[in-house]
Ligand binder design. Structure first.
Ligand SMILES: Nc1ncnc2c1ncn2[C@@H]1O[C@H](COP(=O)(O)OP(=O)(O)OP(=O)(O)O)[C@@H](O)[C@H]1O
Ligand SMILES: [Mg+2]
Length: 264
């Protein structure tokens, strides 16, 4: 039987974090973190928040690809020295939010040394106070980079779907995150659900595992339905809320943004 999380040295010497940073993690890859992060930041901007999307997946950054952006500079150049955060910030036209992109096609920062990781965390902490909300799109897995960035976020969202590997990997993420910071604000988002009800069932299974083995019950923030408009908008490199704000998945993320603003 698995043990409940212990308070580790890391938790006792917790790093300062930015309350307005919303990290989006999943453990397993490909569950829709990047698409969800883009749509969430857009929904927050539509509610009048000054919102930034920060690409924390520098190994395989693809916020820029999903949005069809060609930033003059990027986080890779900020972390390695020559560019400023201002140079790397792009406004997404007609969507009302900003992006600090990694840059796809450069695997260069997939394995960051401690100095680079420190520089990346500092970039996030420096930029966060200039916005109402910062959505932080993380890479898959629970490696050092993911753990370090998660530690800086006021809210951690864990995106899951109904695949067993998504459940086990998300469970591992939740366990590690609770060890790192026992008082962390962790919430679950179920993506690619057939129906709202089906999503709630998937969440129920996740919560049961957390209650049994971790003595924790991360609340459900919301369910996003599987929707063919998602793939369509990614293919067109246009945010879903610009292309079709009435699409089922767009409506679901709008509801999640409203709930997020109500609880935080
Ligand atoms: N609600 C949804 N309905 C239909 N398809 C979806 C939905 N969410 C995500 N997808 C599909 O999942 C694919 C992967 O999404 P995305 O790249 O955002 O995942 P990711 O978790 O960021 O992946 P990685 O771990 O590689 O960074 C998308 O290309 C899209 O086709
Ligand atoms: Mg991604």
């Amino acid at each position: 039987m698995m043990e409940a999380p212990k308070t580790t040295a890391a938790a006792r010497h917790a790093l300062p974090y930015a309350p307005n940073v919303i990290a989006v993690a999943s453990g397993k890859g490909g569950v829709g973190k990047t698409w969800f992060s883009i749509t969430l930041v857009h929904a927050l901007a539509r509610r009048g928040e000054r919102a930034l999307l920060f690409d924390g997946d520098l190994g395989l950054a693809n916020v820029d690809v999903q949005l069809g952006l060609y930033p003059a500079s990027d986080l890779r150049r900020v972390v390695s020295g020559p560019a400023s955060l201002k140079d790397a910030t792009v406004e997404v036209k007609d969507a009302g939010f900003s992006v600090i992109a990694g840059r796809s096609g450069h695997g260069g920062l997939a394995t960051m040394g401690p100095a680079q990781l420190d520089s990346l965390s500092r970039a996030l902490m420096t930029v966060a106070p200039s916005y109402d909300r910062v959505v932080l799109d993380l890479g898959a897995g629970i490696d050092r980079t993911v753990r370090a960035l998660t530690a800086r976020a006021g809210i951690n969202l864990v995106v899951i779907n109904d695949e067993p590997t998504s459940m086990t990997d998300a469970y591992a993420f939740i366990k590690v995150t609770l060890q790192q910071r026992p008082d962390v604000d962790l919430r679950v988002v179920v993506n690619q659900a057939e129906t709202q009800r089906d999503g709630e069932r998937v969440y129920g299974a996740m919560r049961k595992a957390c209650e049994t083995f971790l003595k924790a019950s991360p609340p459900l923030l919301g369910v996003v339905r599987r929707d063919s408009w998602v793939r369509d908008s990614i293919r067109r490199q246009t945010p879903l809320l610009s292309r079709n704000p009435n699409a089922p998945a767009a409506q679901d993320v709008e509801a999640i943004a409203a709930r997020l603003l109500a609880v935080t």
